[in-house]
Design a protein around this ligand. Structure first.
Ligand SMILES: Cc1cc2nc3c(=O)[nH]c(=O)nc-3n(C[C@H](O)[C@H](O)[C@H](O)COP(=O)(O)OP(=O)(O)OC[C@H]3O[C@@H](n4cnc5c(N)ncnc54)[C@H](O)[C@@H]3O)c2cc1C
Length: 317
């Protein structure tokens, strides 16, 4: 879908196919990458395994301590500041009504569908179907209907440098996670993230941490030594929902007809967003999707299902 953005929503949102290179620090990492390559090939994803000399030849700007890596050539990047507004504009053109700065304090199911109560408004909004995409507040919304699941918050600690001449080719990651580095193809800034800042879901506040930022900068320089003389201009974070297994909840509510959940993206929701949106449209409008969602149901956690709507959880104001 990312490669078809122009057809789908009228602009490419700076999407470019840079590839994604996951690096191995040692032989154990290499074995993990090879096992991963074999596993994903059965799903049609083609990864190329590169050894130490391949890396030196193809990516001379990398630190020389990597044992190898796996390259997903079709992967890429896009500008999130363009993507969400572009989807929203397109939805509006198709007739969607988008109400910003509108906090839903409670939603209840009734025999006609749902009633949603917005802060400061007496009359509820009526809906035949309800899709809960409340991010880090998704489990709180699910709880209104007795769908109980544990969702924590996380705050990826991100940094951006001044723009520099093209240096980093593919987006860079490391086996087992830890650090992520990419150069924005549009303006040339290098974006990297490692570690977590702080997030307070109730206070609606998230902050990067200075010591985490310093450690991330050291790790980025170790990965790409030429970054040592590049200025860091900003760090930031945000409030993200995290599920215990790092996978989102996507699918029909186990308790309430015509209610669908998609939250807890655990740091991967930007990449997955368009596909999840398409699947939610199929689920809610057509009653099913050819995409199997079995592994993403909230019932996978085996949490107790309450029979009555629980008290209202803290939601954004
Ligand atoms: C710093 C950072 C870096 C990231 N980097 C990447 C990345 O490189 N790649 C990637 O794939 N993902 C990344 N992510 C994760 C990605 O941004 C999220 O997974 C994604 O935005 C989740 O989308 P969402 O729609 O589920 O939730 P959100 O984007 O959080 O949207 C949920 C919305 O619902 C609103 N809401 C909640 N409750 C209510 C209510 N009761 N009434 C009204 N509105 C409500 C919230 O205010 C919010 O606007 C990153 C996240 C952060 C914070």
């Amino acid at each position: 879908m990312w490669g078809r953005l122009v057809d789908l929503i009228g602009q490419d949102c700076e999407f470019s196919v840079t590839g994604h290179l996951k690096l191995a620090r040692n032989d154990a990492d290499m074995a993990e990458l090879v096992a991963h390559q074999q596993m994903v090939s059965s799903f049609g994803l083609s990864l190329k395994i590169l050894d130490r000399s391949d890396l030196r030849r193809r990516y001379p700007y990398l630190g020389h301590y990597f044992a190898g890596g796996s390259l997903c050539a079709e992967d890429g990047q896009a500008n999130p500041r363009l993507v969400a507004p572009a989807f929203a504009r397109c939805a509006r053109e198709k007739g969607a009504v988008i109400r910003e700065q509108c906090s839903i304090k409670l939603a209840v199911a009734d025999r006609n569908g749902f009633k949603l109560f917005a802060a400061g408004e007496d009359a509820p909004v009526h809906a035949r179907r309800l899709i809960n995409t409340a991010g880090a507040w998704g489990a709180g919304v699910a709880k209104w209907f007795g769908d109980i699941v544990r969702e924590e918050v996380m705050a990826p600690n991100m940094c951006v440098t001044e723009p520099i001449a093209p240096l980093v080719g593919p987006n860079l990651g490391i086996c087992g996670g830890g650090i992520y580095v990419r150069q924005a193809t549009g303006h040339g800034s290098v974006i990297f993230g490692s570690g977590l800042g702080t997030a307070d879901r109730d206070a609606l506040r998230a902050r990067p941490l200075a010591d985490v930022t310093m450690e991330a900068a050291s790790a980025a320089i170790k990965m790409v030594p030429a970054l040592a003389n590049v200025l860091l201009v900003r760090s930031w974070t945000g409030i993200e929902g995290r599920m215990p297994d790092g996978l989102p909840v996507v699918g029909a509510s186990p308790s309430t007809p015509n209610l669908f959940h998609a939250f807890g993206f655990s740091g991967h929701g930007f990449q997955l967003g368009p596909a999840v949106g398409a699947v939610l449209a199929e689920l809610s409008l057509e009653g099913g999707s050819p995409t199997s969602l079995d592994g993403l149901s909230m019932t996978r956690f085996g949490e107790p299902k309450s029979n009555s709507a629980a008290p209202v959880a803290a939601v954004p104001t």
